[in-house]
Design a protein around this ligand. Structure first.
Ligand SMILES: [Zn+2]
Length: 348
């Protein structure tokens, strides 16, 4: 049911009715915190309430997410449609899923395509194929033979399997058994992110919408000659926890160990980037001076854009000399959001 008035919303709030947990959000002017209906915190006075249809609007209006009811935790999460389809894949991960299956399930293929692309950077069938080949990769790491892994993935032809495997993971099946990198998606309030880790380091963290993600991915495979397969490690869990704290405003500096992936010059720029304090900005030209080469503005800007570790290496804090936002590989709207977010939590 659609709730019409603020009076109705306040009534639901006062009943602490959890069945409306996603129906609307309430910002409390006196505390600067926003909650979802059903939150166990003290009921605010009606005159201090501002109602929002979604968590994003409440965040935009400057409210912080409540630590008890976590009102921002659902937004950025997978849609019901995606959850349903991932569920279907997980029930039969070895099945060769196709566009036709989407129609059989009564769903609209173009909506599915758009939502999957947005969330994972892959279509539904690409995702399903990656999952299926991931099973094969797991088999290989357990010491299974390539032919068994091939059968697990549902391939009759050895050459088709080898090609699909290297297209997807950037390495031959025999290579995958040796020290792979693991890729997984992490939900954030802003957009889903992709994390690539091994057991010791984080190698890449990008918003999935980022245009040159694919390029970074390829570069990573080339640099390390390691397969990138679906899965996570304790480092993935670690960065996920840190991201959660960053987005609720409590974390100002990331501690997850990073893999060195740049040239000497890039590493120098990235180190200087990490010295820009939380909630502040600096110009590309200042950064060039900081690395001791004020003529290298262009090279600095390109190192800035190619760091592959969004948020961790805070390239969003670099703006144009005149005070304009400048570019951002993940999209300028995100850059603005991040800068506003950090400004809001600066003193917290
Ligand atoms: Zn709350």
């Amino acid at each position: 049911m659609k709730i019409q008035t603020d009076a109705e919303r306040y009534l639901i709030l006062s009943r602490r009715d959890k069945s409306y947990a996603d129906a609307f959000f309430v910002g409390v002017k006196t505390t600067g915190i926003f909650c979802r209906p059903g939150c166990p915190a003290r009921l605010p006075k009606v005159e201090n309430c501002e109602f929002y249809d979604d968590a994003k609007s409440a965040l935009k209006a400057g409210f912080r997410a409540c630590k008890r009811c976590h009102p921002a935790s659902h937004f950025g999460e997978a849609s019901a449609l995606i959850k349903q389809l991932i569920g279907e894949i997980e029930n039969q991960p070895e099945k060769r899923w196709s566009e036709a299956d989407i129609k059989i399930l009564g769903l609209d293929p173009s909506t599915v395509r758009r939502q999957f692309k947005k969330r994972f950077g892959l279509t539904f069938t690409q995702y399903a194929r990656q999952r299926r080949l991931g099973l094969a990769a797991q088999d290989l790491m357990k010491g299974e033979s390539v032919i068994n892994a091939q059968l697990t993935a549902g391939y009759e032809s050895a050459s088709a399997f080898r090609k699909a495997f290297s297209d997807t993971f950037g390495a031959a099946p025999t290579q995958a058994a040796a020290k792979p990198l693991y890729i997984d998606w992490i939900t954030t309030p802003l957009a889903p992110m992709l994390a690539i880790c091994d057991e010791a380091h984080l190698y890449m963290l990008e918003f999935t919408v980022r245009k040159n993600m694919e390029r970074g991915f390829t570069k990573l495979r080339k640099t390390y000659g390691r397969a990138v397969i679906p899965g996570r490690t304790p480092i993935t869990d670690n960065i996920e926890t840190e991201l959660k704290a960053y987005f609720d405003g409590s974390l100002k500096k990331f501690e997850t160990p990073l893999a060195p992936t740049g040239t000497d010059f890039q590493n120098q720029v990235w180190k200087a980037l990490c010295d820009i304090p939380y909630g502040t900005t600096c110009a590309y030209s200042d950064l060039a001076i900081a690395v001791g080469n004020e003529k290298a503005v262009r090279a600095v800007a390109s190192s800035n854009a190619n760091n592959g570790l969004a948020l961790i290496i805070p390239c969003h804090r670099v703006i144009s000399k005149g005070g304009g936002l400048g570019g951002y590989a993940g999209g300028v709207d995100k850059k603005k959001w991040l800068l506003d977010h950090e400004k809001r939590h600066l003193g917290a």
